[in-house]
Design a protein around this ligand. Structure first.
Ligand code: PLP
Length: 451
């Protein structure tokens, strides 16, 4: 009897899957010539558990950037798995345009409850970080039009900001390599380097802003750049003085990543609008939420014919599977006491990063906020920032270090020559040791052990 040939994709360890990938796919933020080159063996990941991922040759790796900053409680978590399965047994998705469903309702109440009472009271569901921010921008814009204010037509954003890749959100973006080329498609944005610069604006200029957007406490895509302490609080005060809406982009920082549920809470700041995405479903499914204050919501109320409606939405808004995953994700913060477990891990990470900065001749500096770590790889270190000698960016040292790290059982993605170490919050002490050891060895493999 002749049996049909197995699909190449069903043969673990075979490279046929990678061949099909090279023939049919186009990967995000990826130079596809190098990807498709004959010498490149794409890493095919097939399963996960906790902080670990396995490739199709059954080799384990620590997921040291939480699958692009999304995963919170680990992969393949029984509680989140079960929540999705239970929802799947009911219904996977129904339209949220003119209908509602219990999982989305429960989740909204939970999300509102994560903020001080009576502050962020309304939840608008979107799909991902970009659409959560896009929604925030349009909300802010229409809010001022509905208020009859025709002056507030500008947005303020910061140098090196990253708020997503739609045309709207990349208008706010301040990373030249990602955003500059699309300049002619972008709406005009006033860009500032620091909160000081914003504070120095004359009142007449300040009152032209509809909103200012900021990644609170830490700019992720900028290379894990920390704001000077107190910056967010000062920006909040400036917004209050000038009637400008404060939009915080907690897409990366939300859900415990920085040690508190949200980064803004480090400075006791509540924004007028917040964007949540990546960690919302624990890194399981694309779902996002834009939360707004009641006063903003109320401006949109009127008769149908008033045309005050927020005409914005996506077909998968409030996807039921995503909402079920998100509810389980938030529930785990309580049942596993996730936030309570963090201080010890944060302190250990601080010691490990400190040792790396002290001892490795090619580590020029480290930064940390909560369980977000960043390691700058340099050709030669100096006593001062000026004396530091970086590698030419064309050498893609950061990328080479991350490829080398795979041999030491660790996966992450660099930002330039900065190595990101941002494991799921369930990471334990032994795994944190493994992370910094693997990164240290990978830097030595690529850069050598002497400067
Ligand atoms: C990742 C990210 C986004 C974009 O989110 P996507 O889900 O990738 O669209 C926006 N803002 C910040 C701060 C991010 O880190």
């Amino acid at each position: 009897m002749i049996s049909p040939p197995l699909s190449p994709l069903s043969q673990p360890g075979s490279w046929a899957a990678a061949d099909v990938d090279k023939r049919c796919l186009w990967h995000p933020f990826t130079q596809m010539r190098a990807w498709c080159a004959p010498g490149h063996d794409p890493l095919v990941l097939v399963r996960g558990k906790g902080v670990w991922l396995w490739d199709d040759r059954d080799r384990p790796y620590i997921d040291a950037n939480s699958s692009i900053w999304t995963n919170i409680h680990g992969h393949n978590h029984p509680v989140i798995n079960e929540a999705i399965r239970r929802q799947l047994g009911e219904v996977a998705h129904v339209s949220f345009l003119g209908f509602t469903h219990p999982t989305a309702i429960q989740l909204a109440e939970k999300l509102v409850g994560l903020w001080p009472q009576g502050t962020l009271t309304r939840v608008f569901y979107t799909d991902d970080g970009s659409t959560a921010m896009e929604c925030a921008l349009k909300m802010a814009w229409q809010y001022w039009r509905l208020r009859g204010d025709d002056k507030r037509t500008r947005f303020a954003a910061f140098d090196l900001a990253y708020h997503g890749d739609t045309c709207g959100t990349s208008s706010l973006g301040g990373i030249p390599a990602f955003h500059e080329r699309f300049g002619p498609l972008h709406f005009p944005v006033s860009r500032f380097r620091t909160v000081d610069e914003i504070e120095a604006l004359p009142r007449s200029e300040a009152e032209c802003f509809a909103a200012v957007a900021i990644e609170p406490l830490i700019q992720g895509a900028a290379g894990m750049r920390l704001w000077p302490s107190g910056s967010l609080k000062r920006l909040r005060a400036w917004c209050d003085r000038n009637g400008v809406l404060l939009i915080t982009d907690e897409v990366m920082t939300g859900f415990g990543r920085t040690g508190t549920m949200f980064a803004s809470l480090h400075e006791d700041v509540v924004p007028d609008i917040v964007a949540l995405a990546k960690g919302l479903t624990g890194g399981y499914l694309p779902l996002a939420a834009t939360l707004a204050r009641e006063e903003i919501f109320e401006a949109f109320l009127g008769e149908y014919a008033d045309l005050k409606t927020f005409f914005y939405g996506h077909s998968y808004c409030a996807n039921a599977l995503g909402c079920a995953a998100a509810l389980a994700n938030i529930g785990l913060f309580e049942s596993e006491k996730t936030l309570e477990s963090l201080p010890a891990k944060v302190e250990l990470l601080q010691r490990l990063l400190g040792a790396l900065a002290e001892n490795h001749p090619h580590v020029g500096g480290v930064r940390q906020l909560g369980l977000i770590g960043a390691i700058d790889v340099v050709r030669r270190r100096g006593e001062t920032q000026v004396a530091m000698e970086p590698y030419p960016w064309q050498e893609a040292i950061g990328a080479r270090v991350c490829v080398a790290a795979r041999r030491h059982g660790l996966l992450t993605r660099p930002i330039g020559d900065t190595i990101v170490l941002m494991p799921p919050l369930v990471v334990d002490a032994a795994e944190l040791y493994q992370c910094t050891a693997a990164i240290s060895q990978a830097i030595s493999d690529v850069c050598g052990t002497v400067a």
